[in-house]
Design a protein around this ligand. Structure first.
Ligand code: PMP
Length: 413
């Protein structure tokens, strides 16, 4: 009976069993999948949920009087409530379905941003942002005569909080920052950066694409105005994600895409729009994607996430220490708080060459600029090799990765 009181160990083998794609050989070697910051693999529970929709409930949502459409609509809307709970939103109407983080940020830039920005105004983003949290703001700023300003980072890849505070002047109308950096793994002090923006009356969007699978996210505790994430980095399908927006913002924001679903009444004298979130969801949505996202959230939240996080951190700590011993390895991103991402350069070798050699040993990593070119310039590298961990990775895979990297370093010598 006392066994129930003992701490539960994280059973990584049982978890791996649920991921069909992990069990294959690549170039004759067991696959070591360390490209989770690009897309994580998908468990059977998610595959089954999407399969079930296509086999049984396939129909469009919201419009049909028939049973299949009702089942699909119920599932679709039930996921909205689950997403809201998952990130601590007060109400499902604060969750807008989108294709992913990129679309979420474009939506906010083109509605909230465009309606608030004018000549001389500023949007603050940081050096470590993904292009999808830079370019949408640049496009809108260029159109309205505003400008995007870069909050600097230090040599470890941490946000310069003093510079950030100093930049929060009267011209700043918006802040948009990553919660966790996809290229460095840096965890930004999100609640603190939100509080500082709000102290100046400035709304803030957090890009949570790299955060949701590694941290507990609570938008109410963070206090942010918007939060964006994608399903494919959360063990879910591609092409679906969510935007959280505070209800008062969503109410005030003009629509973006026009079409079916987002209207109340259409006539040639003028059109009125549906309430949020539907106002922002024109057209037939990715119903199976949303159902898969819901299944991914269910699967993920059913785990012992404290144990999962501890496991992921032990992988990152072990891998970081061991590759640092390899001649020529330069770690890019050594922040005090990091999650799941290990970026590095190997001498002056092109990251793509290193990645190709690792692939020959079955090790999948990402190489290149990771959609963060300003960040790569800040570190004076064309790109990095990035190994990124998920909760299903193992210490044996860290061993395989380190061994493969040693061989690559030897070959490239
Ligand atoms: N921001 C960050 C921090 C990311 O890691 C990514 C995905 N790599 C994105 C934005 C863009 O997400 P998506 O491609 O799913 O729209």
């Amino acid at each position: 009976m006392t066994a129930a009181l003992e701490p539960v160990r994280f059973d990584v083998e049982a978890i791996r069993h649920q991921f069909p794609a992990l069990h294959q050989r690549v170039n004759g070697k067991p696959l070591v999948y360390l490209d989770n910051a690009a897309s994580a693999q998908v468990p059977v529970a998610v595959l089954d949920a999407m399969d079930h929709y296509y086999r049984n409930d396939r129909s469009n949502v919201h419009r049909g009087a028939h049973t299949l459409s009702r089942r699909a609509t119920d599932a679709f809307e039930e996921v909205r409530a689950r997403v809201a709970r998952f990130i601590g939103a007060a109400d499902p109407s604060e969750i807008v379905y989108v294709r992913g983080t990129t679309e979420a940020i474009n939506l906010v830039a083109n509605t909230f941003g465009r309606s608030r920005l004018g000549p001389g105004d500023e949007v603050l983003v940081s050096t470590m942002e993904h292009h999808s949290n830079i370019v949408p703001w640049q496009i809108v700023c260029n159109q309205v005569g505003a400008r995007v300003r870069e909050v600097p980072i230090d040599d470890r890849g941490q946000l310069d909080l003093d510079a950030y505070s100093a930049m929060l002047g009267p011209r700043v109308k918006m802040v948009a920052l990553a919660h966790v950096s996809n290229a460095l793994g840096t965890v930004n002090p999100a609640a603190e950066i939100v509080a500082r923006a709000h102290a100046h009356g400035v709304p803030i969007l957090l890009d949570g694409a790299q955060a949701v699978a590694h941290l507990d996210v609570d938008v109410a505790a963070l206090g942010c105005d918007f939060y964006a994430f994608s399903g494919h980095k959360l063990y879910g399908p591609n092409g679906v994600g969510a935007l959280y927006g505070r209800r008062e913002h969503l109410d005030a924001m003009p629509p973006w895409h026009g079409g079916g679903e987002m209207i109340r009444d259409v006539s040639f004298d003028g059109t009125t729009f549906a309430d949020p979130p539907f106002k922002f969801e024109a057209g037939t949505p990715d119903v199976s994607g949303v159902i898969g996202l819901g299944a991914a959230i269910d699967w993920f939240t059913s785990l012992d996430r404290e144990a999962a996080r501890a496991h992921e951190r032990s992988l990152l700590t072990a891998a970081t220490a061991r590759i640092a011993e390899i001649d020529g390895v330069r770690l890019i991103g050594t922040a005090a708080r990091k999650e799941a991402v290990l970026s590095f350069a190997l001498g002056a070798h092109h990251p793509g060459d290193v990645g190709t050699l690792l692939d020959l040993d079955g090790v999948a990593v990402r190489t290149g600029h990771h959609c963060t070119q300003p960040l790569m310039r800040r570190f004076g590298v064309p790109g990095t090799v990035r190994a990124s961990f998920a909760l299903y990775n193992t210490h044996a895979e860290v061993d395989a990765f380190v061994g493969a990297l040693r061989r690559a370093a030897h070959i490239l010598e």
